[in-house]
Design a binder for this molecule. Sequence first.
Ligand SMILES: NC(=O)c1ccc[n+]([C@@H]2O[C@H](COP(=O)([O-])OP(=O)(O)OC[C@H]3O[C@@H](n4cnc5c(N)ncnc54)[C@H](OP(=O)(O)O)[C@@H]3O)[C@@H](O)[C@H]2O)c1
Length: 201
Amino acid sequence: MLFNYGDKCTRLLRQTCSRANMQLKLELIAAACENMGIGNNGALPWRLKTEMEYFTRMTIDTKDKNKKNVVLMGRRTWDSIPIKYRPLNDRINMVLTSQSLDYGDKAIVCKSIPHALEVIAGMQNQIERVWIIGGSSVYKDAMESPHFGRLYLTRIKKEFECDTFFPPIPNDFVLVTDPAVPQDVQEEKGIKFVYEVYEKR
Ligand SMILES: NC(=O)c1ccc[n+]([C@@H]2O[C@H](COP(=O)([O-])OP(=O)(O)OC[C@H]3O[C@@H](n4cnc5c(N)ncnc54)[C@H](OP(=O)(O)O)[C@@H]3O)[C@@H](O)[C@H]2O)c1
């Protein structure tokens, strides 16, 4: 009897956890230039203040002011953030690495995306959105994940020298609109760029 009860509890707990996991959606945000480059020498290949402000606004804003968003990134993306901007403010920073690193209270270290999702599921009522902020392999894994939600991609209409690239966008991704995203062409320092949003068809 006791065994059956325990068994039922375990099953219920698993179902609850998997329901919690199902609700989690990964939202990717990236900026890529015409050759789909996203980085060079461990930094961004461009300096576009408006684009950076867009990234900051999108990743910080929450409807529920009691909640925060997660920014989940690869270890090299974390390293690429200037120390004075680390951790990214008003967001829960999470870093993927295979190493035994410790960022203290600046960032939560996770060993894989599923591990990060487990950690996030444990704090779900404090979190509104989960933003994947790079780099290459993390974007690829997130686009292939059953938890993929949306891709927010800034297309910079210029070629830059890059050593890091955005992975191919799957054929079943379609453009959608989001009222929080400006639809007109942006321009800064003579460089044009547009904000796109994709979902899986
Ligand atoms: N334009 C943009 O939107 C944008 C966005 C983000 C980054 N960037 C640029 O991209 C470059 C950095 O990106 P990157 O692709 O080189 O590196 P990255 O993805 O940021 O970091 C790669 C590292 O993350 C860890 N990692 C990744 N996936 C993992 C997994 N599934 N499980 C465990 N650990 C995992 C590993 O760390 P360990 O080696 O420690 O195990 C791996 O070496 C920089 O130039 C940055 O400025 C641009």
